[in-house]
Ligand binder design. Structure first.
Ligand SMILES: Nc1ncnc2c1ncn2[C@@H]1O[C@H](COP(=O)(O)OP(=O)(O)OP(=O)(O)O)[C@@H](O)[C@H]1O
Ligand SMILES: Nc1ncnc2c1ncn2[C@@H]1O[C@H](COP(=O)(O)OP(=O)(O)OP(=O)(O)O)[C@@H](O)[C@H]1O
Ligand SMILES: [Mg+2]
Ligand SMILES: [Mg+2]
Lengths: 221, 221
């Protein structure tokens, strides 16, 4: 369902080009529960951003559900990002002026969901992540791990079929990490496709397949 | 060197008071290398911010090097924060408009350090954290783990005798985590006092003493 062919990515800073991904060939099938591990700075977030249609490759192909993403219009891409993919950011990306409830509700505002239904979905999402008591707090009024859980709640609120999570447990204690993994396993059991970047072997051990990235190159276990 | 007596902290949101620390009695001696562990939301960062003179308790005492911190003037506190304590923030707190080099140099600009000496100290700090090649990048042009390492580099650049680190390895792979721990052990061997908040047992295992916080209460192992 997610397939890349010889994917390359370079960043351009002033006159310099920094190549960070080299000929990445990744294949994630529908219903897979996979992990990507690798050293800090090796290119994991860069790859996940391309898979989430948040960035474009410099060369190579990315096919999502068989469609070459570079042929899709901006509005079609936005549609895919909003409806089919739930993305958990490494740095959370919560909006500072909105409280936790509104942050998690945001993806639903763009769809055609009634207020009553939005509120039911947000409540379900927040309660599954232990954040209901903090729903009226703003991001700077909650702990680091609570921010991380709010980012997960927001990614899951639309029940997307593809979940891309960038280091979703880095700020969590082992009990809470275990709860998040149980939630992911349950979502996977219901047919959702999950790809997690992690550096924790306990998290990778829960998945069915582990890819490794070193210096921008992907290796299968 | 860091001592709290019946420390309590409450946050006030609108008309509500949320108490997050209850009668915390912590004692850290000069040269200790200690860890604080506990569930997400239990009060760890709140406690560390008070120890780093970035926040004040609601009641109770905090003595730093024997001095009751609440009797100190704003300028004396700023002086202590700048000269004696190196603080690694859970969310990094890098300035987005400055490149990595300038972010790490910032604590030295407020002292009376010559440009030549500042640059030597920044170079040493960046090289010890594997960031020299990224010194001209800005925070949004580096990876999550590189931001975390930049936050550590900035905290250490003035060679402070007290290092307070809030989950300094949450975004790092195991090899890089190990390198950070080796660096901390070396600093501790030279007499620096280090207190680390962590949820990784590998990190806590490197320290000599582990405290636990649950629901705002501190327990000794
Ligand atoms: N400014 C604030 N206003 C109100 N409540 C707050 C504020 N900051 C933190 N809190 C609450 O205080 C509690 C303790 O927060 P703290 O950041 O100390 O937790 P923590 O132990 O560091 O958690 P984590 O492991 O997730 O980083 C949390 O329940 C949080 O929601
Ligand atoms: N906007 C940018 N401009 C230039 N270089 C960048 C940019 N963003 C990232 N990089 C560089 O690209 C490389 C890969 O970054 P990426 O964020 O994908 O790493 P990562 O594997 O996710 O690391 P981590 O585990 O630390 O999060 C890094 O060396 C980083 O410095
Ligand atoms: Mg990353
Ligand atoms: Mg914290």
């Amino acid at each position: 369902v997610l397939e890349t062919k010889d994917l390359c990515k370079s960043y351009y800073l002033g006159n310099d080009a920094i190549q960070v991904l080299f000929d990445v060939n990744l294949c994630v099938r529908k219903g897979d529960f996979s992990a990507i591990m690798g050293p800090s700075g090796s290119g994991k977030s860069t790859l996940l951003n391309i898979l989430g249609c948040l960035d474009t490759p410099t060369s190579g192909e990315y096919l999502l559900n068989g469609l070459p993403v570079k042929t899709l219009s901006q509005s079609r891409l936005a549609d895919i990002r909003n409806r089919e993919i739930g993305f958990v950011f490494q740095n959370f990306n919560l909006l500072p002026k909105l409280d936790v409830f509104s942050n998690v509700e945001l993806p639903l505002i763009y769809g055609n969901v009634s207020k009553k239904e939005r509120h039911a979905l947000v409540e379900e999402s927040l309660k599954s992540l232990g954040l209901w008591e903090r729903r009226h707090h703003r991001p700077n009024e909650i702990s680091g791990g609570q921010k991380q859980r709010a980012a997960i709640a927001r990614a899951l609120v639309k029940k997307p079929c593809i979940i891309l999570a960038d280091e979703p447990t880095g700020n969590l204690d082992s009990v809470t990490t275990h709860e998040i993994l149980e939630l992911f396993k349950e979502l996977n059991a219901r047919g959702n496709t999950i790809l997690v970047i992690t550096h924790e072997s306990e998290v990778a051990g829960t998945t069915n397949k582990v890819f490794h990235i070193r210096d921008g190159r992907l290796y299968h276990d």
